[in-house]
Every structure is written in structure tokens, then in C-alpha cells.
Design a protein around this ligand. Structure first.
Ligand code: FRU
Length: 548
């Protein structure tokens, strides 16, 4: 039999139930899967980037379902290129890239873009415009602000040494340009030395030593060299430059007219973390630092806007400001307060996490219970359906049985009537002679044989007079005549009476039911048995039945 699919579904509704439970169970177990994976490619590892990473991680607490995949290339452009491709191959939903240098990562970024992965450039530009959005501070403006600050502090007059950031990186270029453009407006301000570092403190030191050496080469010694300002591409390099200067003076007493305490030290970053730029300004190691914000929360918001398809700005410039000794302490106090709050948020997050894991466990248990209940319900439905079917089939069987019994009764009755007709016909054709005067003993022997034969087949409802005759070796007619002559009754009557007599004994003595008794004594239809019994004994078999 062919089922259509719909029929199949209807028939196996319980399978739906089971399948649904399994799906629910699975979804309950896997409810903590991230809905967005954001890849972060950092060009290097340092306190500024550590702060950014911490802010991004904290932002994920408020954006459930966001997972970060962070890679750091440790100032190796090839490694950063490889890591970007790796993150793209992983199938991250969005990439945040802080390129080490400009002009080197365009191909890796295109690789991600070809895979429909949006790319946010953060803090540094790559030189190519195949990015989705950019977020960072205006490094040109930062350079300009610091140039103006120096000019203001020095009355538009003075000598400057510049320690540039990493060669080829966009902030180094922009900060340099901004600073130099500002200084150019003051004819009495001169940059007397320039060297590049790699953003790290030792490189600032190195660059300053290099500059001092070259100045000495030009001037013979530095006793007549005037230095008013050191502009570092970031705080770490500015501080490294100061250390180099102080070492130099220590090692060349009398050889220099320099006094590090009178020099302005300008830096960028102004990190509020321990040992960061703000502390350096507060403690007088740096004169001023321009805030280079991290703002991981805003970066996360931009990423989510892009991912969710809501509107966003292609270029976002973060605000900056100068930190001097006048405001450094206030800023540090504010930062401590913010840090206290964020620690509190972290603690809350840990607690929420543990509560969530308990809830997750409860969820799994709940779904297991639902699943088991569904299985049980399906099983019950199946059992109930099976019982119903059984009940229906039994009913049909009983009806059929009843019909069959009725038919059998009719057939049995007709058969007996037919036998009687035959006997009557036999009597009419050649009436039985008067009982022959045979010896009583011989007659008894004949009837004994007859009754023995009947006894052997008493439960056979198909037993006919012919069958008994055959077994006794005489014809039906002979059998009829002999039985009639001996008993005055026809064999059919004797057979029926014998069956009924046995039946009465069984009904009285055994605990068999009426139907069972009927079958035992060779009636195939209990209803016909009942009729014959009533006709013969004048009462129903049930009146004699012990089982009733
Ligand atoms: C951190 C850093 C900062 C600097 C920025 C420029 O890696 O070196 O000190 O301001 O990168 O991108």
C-alpha cells in the first residue's frame, strides 16, 4: 500500500512530537553558541592595546552572543597578513584590524572583503580604501595641538627634537605632519633633530641617543646646543628619549649645556593605567600628553551596527584633549572611579555567568523531562490506540463468531432434520420389522459397540450415522434398522440423546462453560445445543451448569 507523505505524517504524528522534543533539547543544550564572532587583528602587543582589548571584552558582557577572536602580530606585517586570512577563513562575521603600516595589508583586507566580511580599520589606516569603516582619533590634529602647545609654552621660539613613530604607520605620518605644519608657522622654532622609533620605550631612547650623537658630530660638543622641546610620537618614546638625555648628561659632565628639567616633553596616548602617560605627566616626567582614546565600547557599537545592518558612519573620529599637570590628577581619579565601576561590572558578569550556567543546567534537565514526557505520551498514545484496535477487532470477531454460530446452528439443525427425513423415508419405503427376536445379549453387544464407537467420536460434530456404520462394518440402512429394532429409536435420536446425556453430566460435574460443554459433546453451535437441551430436558443448560 502506498502512502502519500501527508498520510505518513498523519499516521506518525508521535514521531513529530519526538522530533520536536529532540530539536528543543538540542537547542536548549546549545543555547550559548555565539551569534556573532568578531575577529580582531592587532599589529602589536602593548598597554594601549591591552586596554582596548579589555574594553572590547567588557562590551561583550552587554551584547550577549558576541564572541571575540583576538590575534596579535607582534609588529610583524607578514604575520598580521597571515592572521587576517586565517580569521577570514574561520568565517568570522566581522574583522577589526589595526594595521601595522600603511600600504601592506590591502590584499589581506580584500581577501576578507571578498568573503563578505566587513572590515573596520581601527586606530591606523592601511593605505587602501577597501575597508567598511574607520574609527580612530585625528592624528594630524594631535600633532598640530602639540605643536601649538609647544609654541605657546616657548613663546614661539625654540629648538625641538622629534622622535617619530614607526616608519610607515599612519599615526606616525599624521602626527609628524600635524606637528611640523604647526611649528612651520613659527619662524623661530626649529626642529634640530629627527629619528624614528617603533613606538616602544627603548626605541625612543635609542632614537634620542642617535640624535645627540649626530648633534655632537655637527657641533663638536653640546655645550652650546640649546634644546627646548622633545616631541615623542607617543608617551613611551618621549619618556625613553628623556632617559637617554639624562644618561647622556650624566656621562658627559661639562660637555653639555642641556638641562633636562627645563625641556618640554610632549607625548601621545595619555594612558590612565599604572605607569601610563597620565601618571608620567602628573609626576613631571612628561610635560603634556595628548589623549589617544581606545573606546572599545564605541568600537563594539560600530561593529554591531554594521553586523545588524543599522546605519553607521564610514569615518568616525574620536575626540582628543591634552593632559597637563593641571588636570592629570583629576583624570587619574576619574579613571580610578571608572575602573572601580568596571571591576564591579566584571564581578557582576562573573556572577551572572555562574547563574546562567545553573539556569542552563536546569534548562537541560527541564528539556530532558519534556523529552521523556513526550516519549511517554507517545507511548501511551500508541498503547491506547493498540487497545482500541484490539477492542474493535475483538468486537468484530465476536460478531462474526456469533453469525457463524447461528449459521452453524441452522446447518446443524437442518442436517439433523435431513437425517430424520431420511429415516422417515426409509421407514416409508420399507418399514422396520417388529423388533427381531434376537438374543438380548446379542442386542446388547451390538448397542455396546454402537455406543463405544459414538463415545470415541462424541466431540466430532461432523460424525454421521454413515461414519459409525462404516466403523462398525455395516451400511447406514442396516445400522438404522438394527438400532431401531433394538431400541425403538433412530440412530440420530440415540446419538443426540447420548450427546445430551453426556452434556448434562459435564454441566453438573465440571466447571466447563455451556459452549465448552457443547463442543465437548459434538455440537458445533452452542445455540443449537441449548435448543436441543431445552427440548430434551425441558430446561436450559444454564439451569444445570455448575460454572454459572
Ligand atoms: C600602541 C601605539 C600607541 C600609539 C598607537 C599608534 O600600539 O603604539 O602608543 O599611539 O599605537 O597607532
Amino acid at each position: 500500500m502506498k502512502y502519500s507523505f501527508i498520510q505518513f505524517l498523519r499516521r506518525y504524528r508521535f514521531i513529530h512530537l519526538l522530533a520536536m522534543s529532540v530539536v528543543l533539547l538540542l537547542s536548549a543544550c546549545s543555547s550559548d553558541t555565539a551569534s556573532y564572532v568578531i575577529g580582531v587583528s592587532q599589529c602589536s602587543e602593548d598597554s594601549w592595546r591591552t586596554k582596548l582589548k579589555a574594553e572590547l571584552e567588557q562590551s561583550t558582557y552587554f551584547n550577549e552572543g558576541v564572541k571575540l577572536e583576538v590575534r596579535s602580530a607582534d609588529d610583524n606585517i607578514e604575520e598580521q597578513r597571515r592572521q587576517i586570512r586565517e580569521l577570514a577563513d574561520m568565517g568570522v562575521d566581522l574583522l577589526i584590524v589595526s594595521p601595522q603600516q600603511t600600504g601592506n595589508l590591502g590584499d589581506a583586507i580584500s581577501y576578507a572583503r571578498e568573503r563578505n566580511i566587513p572590515v573596520i580599520l581601527f586606530d591606523r589606516k592601511s593605505g587602501a580604501d577597501n575597508y567598511t569603516a574607520f574609527m580612530g582619533a585625528d592624528n594630524y590634529l594631535i600633532g598640530q595641538m602639540l605643536g601649538e602647545y609647544a609654541a605657546g609654552q616657548l613663546g614661539g621660539k625654540g629648538n625641538i627634537v622629534e622622535i617619530g613613530g614607526e616608519h610607515g604607520s599612519s599615526p606616525a605620518i599624521d602626527r609628524h605632519n600635524g606637528f611640523n605644519d604647526a611649528i612651520a608657522r613659527y619662524p623661530d622654532m626649529h626642529i634640530i633633530g629627527f629619528a624614528e622609533g617603533d613606538w616602544k620605550q627603548p626605541s625612543g631612547k635609542q632614537a634620542m641617543m642617535h640624535i645627540l650623537d649626530s648633534l655632537q658630530m655637527i657641533n663638536g660638543n653640546l655645550s652650546n646646543t640649546k634644546l627646548d622641546c622633545v616631541f615623542g610620537g607617543n608617551d613611551r618614546m618621549a619618556f625613553g628619549a628623556r632617559q637617554a638625555l639624562e644618561n647622556y648628561i650624566l656621562c658627559h659632565p661639562g660637555n653639555t649645556g642641556l638641562n633636562p628639567g627645563n625641556i618640554l616633553y610632549l607625548g601621545v596616548d595619555a594612558l590612565p593605567t599604572p605607569g601610563g602617560g597620565i601618571e608620567k605627566v602628573r609626576d613631571g616626567w612628561l610635560t603634556v600628553s595628548a589623549i589617544y582614546p581606545t573606546h572599545g565600547d564605541e568600537l563594539m557599537a560600530l561593529a554591531l551596527n554594521i553586523l545588524k545592518g543599522t546605519s553607521y558612519d564610514k569615518e568616525t573620529m574620536m575626540e582628543t584633549s591634552l593632559v597637563t599637570q593641571a588636570n592629570a590628577n583629576v583624570l587619574l581619579m576619574q579613571h580610578k572611579e571608572v575602573e572601580r565601576q568596571s571591576n564591579y561590572i566584571k564581578r557582576m558578569h562573573t556572577r551572572v555567568d555562574s547563574v546562567l550556567s545553573v539556569v542552563g543546567l536546569q534548562r537541560i534537565v527541564m528539556f530532558i523531562i519534556i523529552f521523556m514526557t513526550a516519549v511517554l505520551a507517545c507511548y501511551t498514545v500508541l498503547v491506547v490506540r493498540a487497545l482500541r484496535t484490539k477492542h474493535r477487532l475483538n468486537k468484530q470477531l465476536r460478531q462474526k463468531n456469533e453469525e457463524l454460530n447461528n449459521e452453524k446452528a441452522v446447518v446443524e439443525h437442518q442436517r439433523d432434520e435431513l437425517e430424520e427425513q431420511r429415516d422417515k423415508l426409509l421407514d416409508a419405503v420399507s418399514p422396520t420389522e417388529e423388533p427381531v427376536s434376537v438374543e438380548t445379549e446379542v442386542r446388547n453387544q451390538f448397542m455396546d459397540r454402537f455406543l463405544e464407537c459414538l463415545d470415541r467420536h462424541i466431540d466430532d460434530s461432523d460424525l454421521s450415522v454413515e461414519d459409525i456404520g462404516e466403523e462398525m462394518g455395516i451400511s447406514r440402512v442396516q445400522l438404522y434398522r438394527k438400532v431401531k429394532a433394538t431400541t425403538g429409536k433412530t440412530p440420530v435420536e440415540i446419538i443426540r440423546e447420548e450427546r445430551l446425556r453426556r452434556a448434562k453430566i459435564l454441566l453438573v460435574d465440571s466447571s466447563l462453560s455451556i459452549s465448552e460443554v457443547a463442543y465437548r459433546v459434538g455440537f458445533s453451535a452452542p445455540s443449537y445445543f441449548t435448543k436441543c437441551y431445552r427440548d430434551y430436558y425441558g430446561k436450559a443448560p444454564s439451569e444445570n451448569n455448575k460454572a454459572d
